[in-house]
Structure formats: structure tokens, C-alpha cells
Design a protein around this ligand. Structure first.
Ligand code: PEP
Ligand code: MG
Length: 569
């Protein structure tokens, strides 16, 4: 058995598919046999072209002509005589090994393209990076993995999955995933919850221990992975899967019901989404709003940023679909563990503490303004709330609002219609939590992002499984920050939501009701159970619970207190 961190609930039984991601270390070598190196390079190019054509066909079948067309540009690079000619020349003239010659020439092309004014050419840099990686792997005699190409039901096992890897997952085939790296709030874990597939992360060496022939039971609730289980155990788990399905049926009667406590306090329970289609899942699960639309997923798995029209259509779809219910759209939050291949982002030692989210948007004004234009234009189709991520200071909030106002004026002067919208911020930096009395005066609402607030409060990287024990949502220090934020907002007559993963945890529910939280936003699959539970809770009792929790000395004591409370519900 392997023990990891349960990151997305559910149980699945399936065959292992190992996803190999090769790390390329390329060093300069002086070769004697130049023609052998040239042949190596040419053969690798041929293999890459064949592989790309296969992926293109599969992508076209699954996702349509347009998606498949992305690979045309990749194939063109391989066949570009200027590109391959320069590599062959370098091998011949400098007796260079093929891998090194390829790297040097590709880097030169990438830098040239990245610095061009024309957007089309800038996009080519990302294509060259992709193709070069494939050729490199073939020079070294490896196979390039492709997630899109998986067409049988499997449990995916990887050392790590980036959010854009996860964005490519087809849940018809990928029934669950296991990664060595990551914690409960890494973005690939969040994606797994959105896809509603079980995931276990932070297994440390699960990748090494598992092999392609293995059958595993993956338990996303407990983080357990059973390798090649006996018939008896498989039956036991099949029974558990059935039991879980029955419970879900009982919650279904809450789809149309409101989240009202026994003593009549009404709360709002909504869903987090990463793409426009997902609002339907939120509605089907009884969600009353979209509490967080993580727009960065619109920018992933592609070779260029989505343009204004494309974004406008995405936001309009969600706003119309939610029929007047609040839709909180968060502006682009890239950086940290989320990168975009087509943006030149400096390599940073501490990306979660670096140029991330709004900070990055301020340095890439074109991208930020395009998003704001699309959002404001879409505002006429529903109840739009715009939310800025990673605010640390009042100056940042004012700067973001200034961009928004400028964009609004520009649109109005162009004859576009713009509705009045609500403006809010995420509270995910301790500095913002502590100064929430100041910030509350200049926003309409707060939404607490516990995933980041916890990592910044405990100084523990949310991606690092070695410090995952410091993900302590029930620690009094975090509860005190939440308490400060809610009190400060309420003093100004503003409401407070939570869209971090804590909002969807069963244990957190009575505690947060007691602290006075107004809105909860979570993965769609968590909503019904929470509505069911709210209707069984007395809010005056949760106040006593919250006050007691605030005075405890550690997380364990708080959990004990909550579990006692929940055992009586
Ligand atoms: C958070 O930090 O809690 C949050 C909701 O934002 P993200 O997980 O996307 O960083
Ligand atoms: Mg965050």
C-alpha cells in the first residue's frame, strides 16, 4: 500500500498508466563522427513528425479540426530548411553533438521570435520550444508522452502534473491520478476535484513503486493506494463505491432547497469553475452562484492568449447561464505553479512569492486590459462581480481599480454598454487580512483564498509535500485571521465569502458559520452535501463553537472540538 494525500474524493479501481516526463540535461560534446550526429538529428526529426501527425489526427477526432490545426505549425518547423540547415551546419562546423546544436539554434530562434512585435511571430517561439523538446527526446532515444493520446480507461501515475497537463485530461479515460509531488491545494489537485475524478498526491515515490501492469485501488478520501489488491478487497471497495452513490442520492433533494440553518440564517453556497462549461455542473449540484471563476484556465493548453472576443463569449456564456445569479470572475492569476508557455516569465527562485497574479498583470498591461474589456462588455448579460487576486496592499487595489475604470471609460467612449458591477478582492495574503479594515472601505466584498492564505501564513509552499503537514486550516492562527477579516468587512457592511478549498471541507462548515462567513464557494461535487448539512445546524451553537476554537492552542484541539459538534448533528 502507498500512502499519499487525498486530494480529490472518490474511489476508483483501474490499471496504471505511467506518464514519463523526461528532464533534459544537455551538455556540449565534441564528436568525431559528424555524419553520425547529422543522421541522428534527421532521424529524430522524422520520428517527431510522424508522432505529431498521429497526435494531430487523434486531436482532430476528439476535439475538432481547429484544435488539430495547432499541430500544423509544429510540423512546419521541422520542415523549415532554415531551422534544420542551421543545426546541421553547427554540427558540421563545430563538431557538436546533435542535442547541443539543436538547443543552441532553437534558443536563438526562440529569442528572435519572442522579441518580435508581431504577435503571430511571438507565438512561434512557444511552438519551437515544444517541437525542440520532442526532437531532443528522440535524439536521446526516448518516447514523448502525450496525455491527449490516452484512449483506454486508466489511473494516471506521474511524478508531477502541471495545471496545463491536468487541463488536457479526458475524464472518459483517465479515471483518477496519482502524483509524487503536490499537496491538497496544488492546482492539479483542484482540477481533479473539478473533473470529479479521485486523486492522490504527494506519494513521494509512488511513481517508482508502481508499474504499467499494476492494478490499483485509488482512494481519494484517505490518500490510500492499494497495489494489485486481492479479489476480496476489490469487492469490499466496490461495495464502498455503491454506498457513496446512495448517499449522493439522498443529498439530491437539496438541489432546489436553500442553505438555511435550523434557526433561519441563510447562507449562499456556490461553485468554483475553471472553464465556462462548468457552470452547468454547479447548477445541477444546487449551486446558488459562481463564487470563483479561475480564468487562467482559459489561457492554458494553447499557444497564445485568448483574444477579447473569445473571452467575451466565455464570460457571456457563464453570465447568461447563471440567469442573474452572482458570477464572481477572478482576473488572471498566473505564476506560482501556473505558467503559460507563450509568456516570457522570468525564472524565479520563489515563484509563489514572486511576480504572480495581479503583480504580473500590472507588468503585462495588454493582457490585463484585454481581459477587463471582455469582462466589462459581458457585464450586460448577468450579475458580474470582478475579483482581483493576491492583493497585498491598498495601493495595488487602487491600481487595479484604476485600470478597470480606464477600460470602462474607453468602452463607453466607443459606444459599448457596460453594466454596474461589484468589485471584490481575494484575501489570500496575511497583509491584506490584517489590513482588511482599510481594504473593506474600497470594495464590495471579500473572498478568502485559504489555499494561499495558509501557505503564506505558515510559510509552507502549497506544492511541497514535505511541508504538507503545515496545511493547517483549523489552526487558531488561521482562524484568527479569518475572524479579523469577517469582523472588519461586516463593520463596513460588506459580505465575506470563501473560495479556497477549506470552504468545501465538512469540518470547516460549522466553524465558518460560527465565524460569520456569508458565502461558501467550492467544487460542484461538494455543494449538495453542504446544503444538506447547513439545514441540520443551529447557527447560535456554531458561534459558541467558533469562540471556543479561537481560544485553542493547536489544530488538533480544534478538530476534536468540531468532530464532537458534528457527531451531534
Ligand atoms: C486560494 O488561494 O485559496 C484560491 C482560491 O486561489 P488559487 O487556489 O487559485 O490560488
Ligand atoms: Mg490563490
Amino acid at each position: 500500500m502507498i500512502q499519499g494525500i487525498g486530494a480529490s474524493k472518490g474511489i476508483q479501481i483501474g490499471k496504471v498508466y505511467k506518464y514519463f516526463q523526461k528532464e533534459l540535461i544537455i551538455e556540449k560534446e565534441v564528436v568525431k563522427d559528424v555524419s553520425k550526429e547529422i543522421t541522428k538529428f534527421q532521424k529524430a526529426c522524422k520520428k517527431t513528425e510522424k508522432e505529431l501527425c498521429e497526435i494531430q489526427t487523434k486531436t482532430q477526432e476528439k476535439m475538432g479540426e481547429e484544435a488539430g490545426a495547432i499541430f500544423d505549425a509544429h510540423i512546419d518547423i521541422i520542415n523549415d530548411p532554415e531551422f534544420s540547415g542551421a543545426i546541421i551546419n553547427k554540427i558540421s562546423n563545430e563538431y557538436s553533438n546533435a542535442a547541443y546544436a539543436l538547443k543552441m539554434i532553437a534558443d536563438k530562434f526562440i529569442i528572435t521570435f519572442e522579441n518580435m512585435d508581431n504577435e503571430y511571430f511571438r507565438e512561434r517561439a512557444a511552438d519551437i520550444k515544444d517541437v525542440t523538446k520532442r526532437i531532443h527526446i528522440h535524439i536521446e532515444g526516448g518516447e514523448m508522452p502525450s496525455l491527449v493520446a490516452i484512449d483506454e480507461e486508466v489511473i494516471l501515475v506521474a511524478k508531477d502534473l502541471t495545471p496545463s497537463d491536468t487541463a488536457q485530461l479526458n475524464k472518459n479515460f483517465i479515471k483518477g491520478f496519482i502524483t509524487d509531488i503536490g499537496g491538497r491545494t496544488s492546482h492539479s489537485a483542484i482540477m481533479a476535484r473539478t473533473l470529479e475524478i479521485p486523486a492522490v498526491v504527494g506519494t513521494k515515490n509512488g511513481f517508482e513503486e508502481l508499474s504499467d501492469e499494476d492494478t490499483v485501488i485509488i482512494n481519494g478520501d484517505t490518500g490510500e493506494i492499494h497495489i494489485n489488491p486481492a479479489e476480496e478487497m476489490i469487492n469490499e471497495y466496490k461495495f464502498k463505491i455503491k454506498k457513496q452513490e446512495k448517499k449522493k442520492e439522498a443529498w439530491n433533494e437539496y438541489i432546489k432547497k436553500k442553505a438555511i440553518t435550523k434557526d433561519g440564517k441563510q447562507l449562499e453556497i456556490g461553485g468554483n469553475i475553471g472553464n465556462p462549461q462548468e457552470f452547468e455542473k454547479v447548477i445541477c449540484n444546487g449551486g446558488e452562484c459562481i463564487g470563483l471563476f479561475r480564468t487562467e484556465f482559459l489561457y492554458m493548453g494553447r499557444t497564445e492568449a485568448p483574444n477579447e472576443e473569445e473571452q467575451f463569449q466565455a464570460y457571456k456564456k457563464v453570465l447568461q447561464g447563471m440567469k442573474g445569479k452572482p458570477v464572481i470572475v477572478r482576473t488572471l492569476d498566473i505564476g506560482g505553479d501556473k505558467n503559460l508557455p507563450y509568456l516570457t516569465m522570468e525564472k524565479e527562485l520563489n515563484p509563489f512569492l514572486g511576480n504572480r497574479a495581479l503583480r504580473l498583470c500590472f507588468t503585462m498591461q495588454d493582457i490585463f486590459k484585454t481581459q477587463l474589456r471582455a469582462l466589462l462588455r459581458a457585464s450586460v448579460y448577468g450579475n458580474l462581480h470582478i475579483m482581483f487576486p493576491m492583493i497585498a496592499t491598498l495601493a495595488e487595489l487602487r491600481q487595479a481599480k484604476k485600470y478597470l475604470l480606464e477600460t470602462k471609460k474607453e468602452l463607453l467612449s466607443q459606444g459599448e454598454k457596460v453594466n454596474n458591477i461589484k468589485i471584490g478582492i481575494m484575501i489570500e495574503v496575511p497583509a491584506a487580512a490584517l489590513a482588511s479594515d482599510i481594504l473593506a472601505k474600497e470594495v464590495d466584498f471579500f473572498s478568502i483564498g485559504t489555499n494561499d492564505l495558509i501557505q503564506y501564513t505558515f510559510a509552507a509552499d502549497r506544492m511541497n509535500e514535505n511541508v504538507a503537514y503545515l496545511y493547517q486550516p483549523y489552526h487558531p492562527s488561521l482562524l484568527r485571521l479569518i475572524d479579523i477579516v469577517i469582523k472588519n468587512a461586516h463593520k463596513e457592511g460588506k459580505w465575506v465569502g470563501m473560495c479556497g478549498e477549506m470552504a468545501g471541507e465538512t469540518r470547516a462548515l460549522p466553524l465558518l458559520i460560527g465565524l460569520g462567513l456569508d458565502e461558501f464557494s467550492m467544487s460542484a461535487s461538494e455543494i449538495l452535501q453542504k446544503k444538506y448539512l447547513v439545514n441540520r445546524i443551529d447557527s447560535s451553537e456554531t458561534k459558541i463553537l467558533a469562540n471556543e476554537a479561537l481560544s485553542k492552542t493547536n489544530q488538533e484541539e480544534v478538530i476534536e472540538l468540531i468532530d464532537l459538534f458534528l457527531s451531534k448533528v
